[in-house]
Design a protein around this ligand. Structure first.
Ligand code: HEC
Length: 539
């Protein structure tokens, strides 16, 4: 059979609701609205091997935003499905039968998540080997058409690779892992302890923090702190995700952690303040001071990052917390802390809160908005950083089914979600007359990755061709990119290297070196010595 024949057979199988139920749960046209993710770009997202795994072992990796929820009602009925909508008055779930159920909020006794995919295992059982091949080949052809997206200067169709890429060198000899259990979890963050050049804290999603010391002769690892009894990391991109040191850390030894807990029957993002012991080698053991608590709507997109700005205020990236499509319009709703960049003053307290609102926060004093908001319309600002030279705030915002984006975020601005996904119109439901939507500096399609991880503007060696280049990457494709811009308009973007593992974070140290955190336990450092940003590879 010709390849077209194979693909046509696969498409038929996919659509056949008697034989395989794929089309009952998946659209392939970008419409969504069914239980499973839209698969319009699944051939860009996964190589064949992973497409096969997605069908054979649905629960091995659960697509973000598609955690199975179980709702138990007061009359003892249990509903299982994917949350489509969740408001104060009702929850809408799509079950494995493809049907939508609506449950009044007052009827819900308990909400739980499940580690199992709603997609059943063994769907392939009735298929011949040829049919399974047909189906896989069909899925592999589902790609974003090159011309389907608005052709935009900030979203080039091709990202060239460097002729001499950056070397990614393993930094710690030890892989920082805990024995993998039923739950998939890994490293989330790395931070150099200020004033202690060779000492780092490494965060594990489950709540463990290791202190790693690197010397000429070797490295030493100690367990700095273990919050695993408190931290919720069982499902979704939740767990211990972010750490920041107080700008006066060397005097007050204060540091801040962002993580999820399970509270009030739901996943809740918390921000706490803690303190080092005077030896700078241990946590003080003093109780944490809780600064913020933000309840999730579904279990997704709690943001990951916290950083102090050059102004001394603490910035937090907070995601829309789901469900998919942001059906409640969290992104554009200024009365919620969801889907925002937030900015607070941790050194003062006011209005019964554990922090104060900086005087120049854009929505301070407005009755219709939360004063903590610095900027809004972001879906999942997983990682962000400040350029140590210019103070620019670079935010990488994780997209839904089509594009990933890089923004330079300024006071009070609206980055569009869910009216826009990067440069593309997404939904008119929460569009407001006269609103200004700031476009990203850069966006990329599924061909280049599925989940953006923000990095840093390189300010290490002034003579390097990478000096001033914003370095970032993609968690799933493991590509590391570099870009330059002027007035938030893209100048150059290149693929500058490849990470060895799931690229969950970048980090920097007091020398301006850049590190890559691999979800599966490997910390690497970028080596720019033999690389050049100026020369692209010609094939
Ligand atoms: C009962 C509903 C249901 C059926 C039937 C179903 N799926 Fe799924 N599928 C899902 C859900 C929910 C997810 C997301 C959770 C996960 O990753 O397992 C998913 C995930 C996937 C993914 C991974 C998508 C991503 O972006 O990570 C692929 C590929 C996929 N399904 C293909 C298929 C194919 C092919 C069939 C038919 C053989 C099928 N599905 C049948 C519900 C279903």
């Amino acid at each position: 059979m010709s390849h077209e024949g194979v693909v046509a057979q696969g498409a038929k199988l996919f659509a056949d609701e008697q034989k395989l139920a794929c089309a009952k749960c998946h659209t392939v046209n970008g419409q969504g609205g069914k239980a499973g993710p839209d698969l319009l770009a699944v051939g860009d997202k996964f190589p064949r091997r992973e497409l096969i795994d997605a069908v054979l072992l649905p629960s091995a990796t659960i697509a973000v935003g598609y955690v199975t929820s179980i709702m138990e009602t007061k009359s003892g009925v249990e509903y299982t499905g994917i949350i489509q909508q969740s408001t104060d008055t009702e929850v809408q779930l799509i079950g494995a039968d493809g049907k939508l159920v609506r449950i009044a909020a007052t009827d819900i006794k308990e909400k739980r998540g499940s580690p199992l995919s709603l997609m059943p295992e063994g769907l392939h059982a009735g298929l011949s080997l040829q049919e399974f091949t047909d189906l896989t080949e069909y899925l592999a052809t589902l790609k974003q058409p090159e011309n389907a997206l608005i052709s935009n200067h900030g979203m080039p169709g091709i990202i060239p690779e460097l002729a001499r890429p950056v070397a990614v060198r393993q930094f710690f000899n030890e892989l920082l892992r805990i024995p993998p259990g039923k739950v998939q979890s890994g490293l989330t963050y790395l931070a150099q302890v200020p004033g202690h050049t060779n000492v780092f804290l490494v965060l594990h999603q489950t709540g463990k923090i290791w202190m790693m010391e690197k010397t000429e002769v070797g490295e030493a690892k100690t367990l700095f702190s273990d919050l695993s009894n408190e931290v919720f990391s069982e499902r979704g991109p939740n767990g211990l995700l972010g750490l920041a040191f107080h700008p006066k850390f060397r005097e007050n030894r204060k540091y801040y952690l962002k993580y999820q807990v399970f509270e009030e029957g739901t996943v809740t993002t918390t921000l706490v303040e803690k303190q080092f012991a005077p030896d700078f080698r241990h946590d003080s053991g003093q109780p944490a001071r809780r600064l913020l608590k933000i309840l999730s709507v579904a279990e997704d997109h709690g943001g990951g990052c916290i950083q102090f700005g050059p102004d001394g205020f603490l910035y937090l990236g907070m995601g829309d917390t789901g469900p998919h499509h942001d059906p409640n319009g969290h992104g554009q709703n200024l009365q919620l802390l969801l889907a925002k960049m937030l900015r607070i003053d941790v050194d003062h307290a006011e209005d019964g809160k554990a922090y104060a609102i900086p005087a120049d926060n854009p929505f301070r004093g407005r009755a219709d908005a939360r004063p903590e908001i610095w900027a809004f319309g972001l879906r999942e600002p997983w990682r962000f950083s400040f350029d140590s030279l210019t103070g620019d705030l670079w935010v990488a915002d994780v997209g839904q089914d089509r594009v990933e984006e890089v923004d330079i975020v300024r006071r009070g601005e609206n980055y569009g979600w869910n009216v826009y996904e990067a440069f593309e119109p997404f939904s008119n439901r929460y569009r407001k007359e006269g609103a200004n939507y700031t476009p990203p500096v850069f966006a990329y399609k599924r061909k280049y990755g599925n989940s953006i991880t923000g990095g840093f503007v390189y300010r290490g060696d002034k003579r390097s061709s990478f000096y001033g280049v914003y370095i970032f990457g993609d968690y799933t494709s493991k590509r590391i990119f570099g870009l330059t811009q002027e007035n938030r308009v893209l100048k150059t973007v290149r693929q500058i290297g490849t990470a060895p593992q799931g690229l969950v974070s970048f980090s920097t140290d007091e020398q301006g070196n850049i590190y890559v955190v691999g979800f599966e336990g490997m910390i690497s450092r970028l080596d720019f010595t033999d690389a050049s940003f100026d020369e692209i590879r010609k094939d």
